[in-house]
Write a protein that binds this ligand. Sequence first.
Ligand code: FE2
Ligand code: FE2
Length: 273
Amino acid sequence: MRTIAHVSDLHFGREDPRVATALLRDLEQMAPSVVVVSGDLTQRARRREFAAARDYLARVPAPLVVVPGNHDVPLWDVLARFTRTFDLYREYISGDLGPLFRDDEIAVLGVNTARAMTFKGGRISQAQIAELHERLSMLPGALFKTVVTHHQLLPPPGGHLLDRVGRGARAFSAIEKCGVELLLAGHLHLGYTGDVRSHYPFVRRSVLVVLAGTAISTRVRGEPNGYNKIAIDRDCVDVERRLWDGNAFLGALVTRFRRLAHEWVQQPTRPGP
Ligand SMILES: [Fe+2]
Ligand SMILES: [Fe+2]
């Protein structure tokens, strides 16, 4: 069994220090196999915000898979936006914009969807789709494969079909072929779970989608700060939302998926611990 802590949209510069400290405490108790950070580490891609994010991530008690978000690209400085798009990210967070974590049960690949050309939306390029396919295809088929992006590949419930990553539909054939089971993202500051086939009937295989809200920032949108604890045990995936109640992160609803005949089937929900 492996546990992914899926954390997103930290937005240093607009972080709540109490919530940030509590999240570290929660992660220490959980001791996840890996912590995934699906972008927007900063509020305005400022040097001091990246430094704060770096110092914070250094205290996370687990291996990390981190990707940038649209807020990690300079906004107002147009020259920096187009010529030094990820320079501060590389300097403070990681030089690897496509990080891979793997052990003998799971693999988690990060794909950068943030761009200088798009202010809020994201893109995945043909080259990135080809690289995703190549890197994940060469891994053993028994591994549970996860891809993390900042921008969501699936529209949110009730959302417009265009409200997703550009060219995302083209990525699905690669995602399907190389056996990806789970897609993680953030960006909307809303948590939800779904299956890609709800919007893409041409995808024949069941692929789970999980979004996380903003973990520690004050930029909440109608739901409290939160993150996801995802427990993966071969043919069973439990997605537990852990939500800030004003004092601590508490387990909320657990959504369980079981693989039945090559299909992830959502089981009746149950309250968290
Ligand atoms: Fe964000
Ligand atoms: Fe974002």
